[in-house]
Design a protein around this ligand. Sequence first.
Ligand SMILES: C[S@@+](CC[C@H](N)C(=O)[O-])C[C@H]1O[C@@H](n2cnc3c(N)ncnc32)[C@H](O)[C@@H]1O
Length: 265
Amino acid sequence: MRKTAVAVAFGAAAGTYEDDAHLQRLVAIRLFRRISALLSAAPPLPGPPHILEIGCGTGFLTRSLRQYRQDAELLVTDLSAPMVAQCRRHLGDAPGTTFLVMDGEQPCVRPPRAGFDLVCASLALQWFGDPAGALAAWAELLRPGGHLAFATLAAGSLAEWRAAHTALGLGAGVPDYPTAERLAMLWPSRGHGHIQIEPISCVYPDGHAFLSGLRRIGAHLAVPDRRPLSPGALRRVLRQVSRPAGFAVTYQVAYGWFQKDDLLA
Ligand SMILES: C[S@@+](CC[C@H](N)C(=O)[O-])C[C@H]1O[C@@H](n2cnc3c(N)ncnc32)[C@H](O)[C@@H]1O
């Protein structure tokens, strides 16, 4: 099953993830900046904020959230048990932090009495089969006036890798990432949301380094209906992307934030 394969791939990479997750580290910082701006602009809460993180990985975003609000109650989750364990190791003894292995598409958590103040996910949503269903489930867990915040990949990501395949008459195993317009259609009802796209370029020494980097972070699974390339076809793709200045890959990172209607406002 696809979900098991995703969990196994990321689990196997939990120990090497942070050495190669340059994009993920950067995006977590950018998403955290948006979250902190969001929370600082909101009216002060009567108590500590309750935050649910989905797809925590090794904890890039988690550590920023923990440092930002030491009084926050953090529920930190991921589909992969080794990722959750690695995240817990990185955070050390952090009071107010609970870790849970959980499928973010079917969040089986009991929200605090009023609901979570924030549900967030950095670069996890692109692995989901039903992102609209997941966002609706997350919104259910929010208190009125609470926020969702996520980063995911949008159309145009990995365009250079895809173009190299197309030029050779081959199909790349990368998903058809949604456009900003498609993402904006995923917002749950009873609230309003925004999507912002930021292109980020990463340069790898060559195609081999790009592929081995994906493997070391566990993000190497091809889309389910794509047959793997033969070794000869893969060699041709790697030659196709080979440049003296290295292989530059663009990621179109979509940041989404949503506020649930506050019935009392
Ligand atoms: C690219 S990593 C990002 C991890 C971390 N948020 C970061 O920014 O470094 C994607 C993470 O999403 C998790 N993931 C994938 N599908 C998931 C699901 N259905 N529910 C929860 N987590 C999931 C993976 O196990 C992995 O840890």
